[in-house]
Design a protein around this ligand. Structure first.
Ligand code: AMP
Length: 283
């Protein structure tokens, strides 16, 4: 595994790989890697023969200085994990390398960003779009892999690629959970043991609502109420939103149907956690 920190060195490596006819698979991350990230890398390896991972805690997508400061980081441990996965190239830039000066451009896809997380995190998705577009230009991947844990992000990136005619295949990968059911997230590291046990209620609530839907409950308001009530039995939990949306438009639905997505954001202690589940006939 080669580790590069500059855009120049990154491009040199990429151009060399391209000259050799390699199919480049790209997995952008903010580090503090877990099995969710590694699952994206393993998907990439199935279809590509040169795997690039980036680790960059992108200040432009954080809403508060405190959240940015508290975001967990362990670049040494991350490099060990990536070596075990046998990736080809790690791009690990400093902030100044990505933003040598304040960018003037502002990217947005309002019809997708004015919903769910976008309502509560103004500027977050424009920050994501900016860094991902920059990374796409630098890495020039054939395929890029995103987790459906951040379902809205995945959809927004897919739309950007379509609207801008980028020649990149955006691939959505399954949400990975711990055995306990909790969605893997770098932010989980910030939970206390009590916070962790309250956070378990999130997936439990999503599953109970899904079961109610399977039994015939179609009213989104009732399903949302079930989730909110269960999650908020955790003393440390505060539901930010729970919505049932069309998976293509993210519009709230009037009747919950097969394929719709239940998406939630919950503050557990001071940690913002998101999760989602697809409504399907089978469990
Ligand atoms: P992050 O480091 O949180 O920015 O995440 C980097 C990539 O990993 C994004 O595409 C995320 O959607 C994906 N990811 C994070 N957690 C999970 C998970 N539990 N399951 C699947 N993908 C994930």
């Amino acid at each position: 595994m080669k580790v590069v920190k500059s855009k120049k060195a990154l491009k040199e490596e990429i151009h060399r790989a391209k000259k050799e006819g390699k199919i480049i698979g790209f997995v952008p991350t903010m580090g503090y890697l877990h099995e969710g990230h590694l699952s994206l890398i393993r998907e990439a390896k199935k279809e590509c023969d040169y795997i690039v991972v980036s680790i960059f805690v992108n200040p432009k997508q954080f809403n508060s200085e405190e959240d940015l400061k508290k975001y967990p980081r362990d670049f040494e441990r991350d490099q060990g994990l990536l070596r075990q996965e046998n990736i080809d190239l790690l791009f690990l830039p400093e902030i100044e390398e990505i933003y040598p000066e304040e960018p003037k451009i502002y990217l947005d896809i309002p019809s997708l960003t004015n919903k769910l997380c976008g309502i509560y995190r103004p500027g977050h998705f424009p920050g994501v779009l900016l860094v991902v577009l920059k990374l796409f230009h630098l890495v020039e991947p054939h395929k890029a892999y995103f987790g459906k844990k951040d379902y809205q992000q995945y959809l927004i990136i897919k739309q950007m690629v379509k609207d801008l005619d980028l020649d990149i295949d955006v691939i959505g990968c399954s949400l990975i959970r711990e055995e306990s059911g909790i969605a893997l997230s770098s932010r989980n590291a910030r939970l206390s043991p009590n916070g962790y046990s309250d956070a378990l209620l999130i997936y439990r609530a999503l599953n109970i609502a899904k079961k109610e839907w399977q039994k015939g409950e179609r009213n989104p308001e009732n399903l949302k109420e079930i989730i909110k009530d269960i999650v908020e039995t955790g003393a440390l939990n505060r539901v930010e939103y729970v919505e049932i949306v069309d998976p293509n438009t993210l519009e709230s639905v009037k009747e919950a149907k097969e394929g719709d997505l239940i998406a939630v954001a919950v503050y557990t202690e001071n940690v913002r956690l998101i999760d989602n589940i697809e409504l399907r006939g089978e469990s």
